[in-house]
Design a binder for this molecule. Structure first.
Ligand code: SIN
Length: 494
C-alpha cells in the first residue's frame, strides 16, 4: 500500500516502530473493541496514522497498572530515578531528527522549531534528572523547645497527565519528568490532534525502565478521541492522586470540578492573553525581533503567545509598520519544507476562528497592514497578520487568538499601559520593551502575570517556574517548583 507523502518523509525505521497503540503496564496494544482514530498532517490534510482510541475500561486498566507500580517506583532510589531520566534525556537528544520530523508531521510546525522543541523538551528531562536527588526535608526544634519537628517529602502517587497538541514533546516531558523524579507513576492522556510524538517519548521511557528491570507500568499512555470518556472515570477513582493539565481555561474548569470529588492535587496550565507592551523609549528593532518570536512561534498557537500589542501612541504606527514588514517577509508553508518559517494552524476550525476575529476587528474599524486573507488550497494556513488602529475592547484583544495575528493598540501613558495589560481575566505571560529600568521594574511588579519578559519575546526555560495567575491556572511547571507539584509534605512531631 502506498504511503502518503508526509509519512514517506519520516525515516522507515521510525515508521516501522512507531507506537500507535495504548501503553498499559509495559505493553503496547489495541483499545478495547479495537477502535482507532486518524491523526492528520495539518499542512497537507493527509491522514498520517490510525491511533488506538482508549475506552473508559482501558483508562482504568492504565490506572491499575500505575497503582501497582507505585510502591515499587517510590522505593527506587532517587539516584536510580535520576540516572534513568538522564538516559532518557540522552536518547531524546540522539533521536532529535526522528522526533522533530514527527512533531512537524502531526503539529505542522517548521522543522527548525520542531528541533528547538526537542531540545527544550529534553531539557526538562535533564533538569529533573538533576533535581531527583534534591527533595529536601527539614529537622528542627519546635519553638516551644520540647519537641522536634521532622518534615519529609513523599511522592503524591499515581498522576494523570493531560497534554496539549501545540508542544507534543515538551508538554509531555514537562509533566512526565518531574512526576518520575518525584516517584509518581503516570497515566498520560495525549492530545487527540497530536498523540504520536508523546507516544514515542513514552516508548523511550518504557524501554529504559525495562532495560533496568524496573516496572514498566510506571508510564502508561491512553490516546483517546473522547477525552471526557477516559478522564471522568479516572478522576472518580480513589487510586488517582494527582491531575496535571495543560489546555484551555474552559476545559480546566471542568477538570477542576471533576478533581474536587477525590480532592486531587491539581496543576493547571490554562489559557493566556499576553500583553506585549512597547514603551516610547523602547529599541523598536529589538521589539520587532521579540514580537516575531512572541507572536509567530508555533504560528501563534501557544498559551504564552503575545496576544495584544500595546504600543505608546508616539511609536504605535511606526512599530506596526515595521512589524507588518517583518511579518510579510516570513515564508509560510509546509513545515517539512526547507526555509519555511511559519506553518499551518492545527485544523480548519482554528482557521475559521482566527478569520472571524480578524473580520470582527476590521468591521470595527481596524486596518489590515499585512495578511488578513485566507489562502485557497490544501492545508490549514492563515498568513501572519498585523492589525493597526484596534480598539481597546475589540474581541481580538479580549479573546485568546491562538493564531498569527498581531493587533496593535495605542496607549497614552504608563498608567494606561498597565491598566490595559491587566484588563483580562488571564495572567500567564506578559512582555515589555523599554530602556528605562524603573519602568521595567514597575511592569514586573504591577502587571498581573506569572511570567514577565523584559526586552525578551520568550520566557520558556526548563529551569524556570512556568505558570499563571488569575484564570491562567494553578501551580508551576519547570524549575524547582515543578517537582513540588508531585510531592506531599509529611510532618512528624517527635
Ligand atoms: C504552551 O503554550 O502551553 C507552552 C509554551 C511553552 O512552554 O513555551
Amino acid at each position: 500500500m502506498s504511503r502518503p507523502a508526509s509519512v514517506s518523509r519520516l525515516s522507515p525505521a521510525l515508521v516501522a516502530h512507531l507506537p500507535t497503540g495504548l501503553l498499559i503496564d509495559g505493553h503496547w496494544g489495541p483499545a478495547s473493541g479495537g477502535a482507532t482514530f486518524e491523526v492528520e498532517n495539518p499542512a497537507t490534510e493527509e491522514s498520517l496514522f490510525d491511533v488506538a482510541d482508549a475506552r473508559p475500561e482501558d483508562a482504568l486498566r492504565a490506572l491499575a497498572a500505575a497503582h501497582r507500580a507505585a510502591p515499587v517506583w517510590r522505593a527506587v532510589s532517587p539516584r536510580e530515578r535520576s540516572e534513568l531520566l538522564r538516559a532518557v534525556y540522552s536518547t531524546l537528544v540522539a533521536r532529535t531528527d526522528d522526533l522533530a520530523a514527527l512533531i512537524t508531521a502531526e503539529s505542522g510546525k517548521p522543522l527548525a522549531e520542531a528541533r528547538a522543541e526537542v531540545a527544550y523538551g529534553a531539557d526538562f528531562v535533564r533538569w529533573y534528572a538533576e533535581q531527583a536527588v534534591r527533595t529536601d526535608g527539614l529537622v528542627r526544634t519546635a519553638p516551644a523547645g520540647a519537641n522536634r519537628q521532622l518534615v519529609s517529602r513523599r511522592p503524591v502517587g499515581p498522576a494523570l497527565l493531560i497534554t496539549p497538541w501545540n508542544f507534543p514533546l515538551a508538554m509531555a516531558t514537562r509533566k512526565v519528568a518531574p512526576a518520575l523524579a518525584a516517584g509518581c507513576p503516570v497515566v498520560v492522556k495525549p492530545a487527540r490532534l497530536a498523540p504520536l510524538t508523546t507516544a514515542l517519548v513514552a516508548e523511550i521511557v518504557r524501554a529504559e525502565l525495562v532495560d533496568r528491570g524496573l516496572p514498566a507500568g510506571v508510564v502508561n499512555v491512553i490516546p483517546s478521541s473522547h477525552a471526557a470518556d477516559v478522564t471522568e472515570p479516572l478522576l472518580a477513582d480513589p487510586r488517582l492522586r494527582k491531575l496535571s493539565f495543560t489546555g484551555s481555561t474552559a476545559v480546566g474548569r471542568t477538570l477542576l470540578q471533576g478533581a474536587a470529588a477525590q480532592v486531587l492535587r491539581t496543576s493547571m496550565e490554562l489559557g493566556g492573553n499576553a500583553p506585549f507592551v512597547v514603551f516610547a523609549d523602547a529599541d523598536l528593532d529589538a521589539a520587532v525581533e521579540g514580537a516575531l518570536v512572541a507572536k509567530l512561534r508555533n504560528t501563534g498557537q501557544s498559551c504564552v503567545a503575545a496576544n495584544r500589542f500595546l504600543v505608546h501612541e508616539s511609536v504605535a504606527r511606526d512599530f506596526a509598520d515595521r512589524l507588518a514588514h517583518a511579518f510579510a517577509d516570513r515564508r509560510v508553508g509546509d513545515g517539512a519544507q526547507e526555509g519555511v518559517q511559519v506553518g499551518p494552524l492545527i485544523g480548519a476550525s482554528a482557521v475559521d476562528d482566527v478569520e472571524e476575529l480578524v473580520s470582527a476587528a476590521v468591521d470595527d474599524g481596524a486596518q489590515v497592514l499585512t495578511g488578513g486573507d485566507r489562502p485557497d488550497g490544501r492545508g490549514h494556513f492563515y498568513p501572519p497578520t498585523v492589525l493597526s488602529g484596534v480598539g481597546h475592547d475589540a474581541r481580538v484583544v479580549r479573546e485568546e487568538i491562538f493564531g498569527p495575528v498581531a493587533p496593535v493598540v495605542a496607549f497614552g501613558d504608563d498608567d494606561e499601559a498597565i491598566e490595559l495589560a491587566n484588563a483580562t481575566e488571564h495572567g500567564l505571560a506578559a512582555y515589555a520593551y523599554t530602556r528605562d529600568l524603573g519602568r521595567a521594574m514597575r511592569v514586573a511588579q504591577e502587571v498581573e502575570a506569572g511570567m514577565i519578559g523584559i526586552n525578551r519575546g520568550l520566557v520558556s526555560d526548563a529551569s524556570a517556574p512556568f505558570g499563571g495567575v488569575k484564570h491562567s491556572g494553578l501551580g508551576r511547571e519547570g524549575g524547582e517548583a515543578g517537582l513540588e507539584e508531585y510531592l506531599e509534605t509529611v510532618y512528624v512531631a517527635l
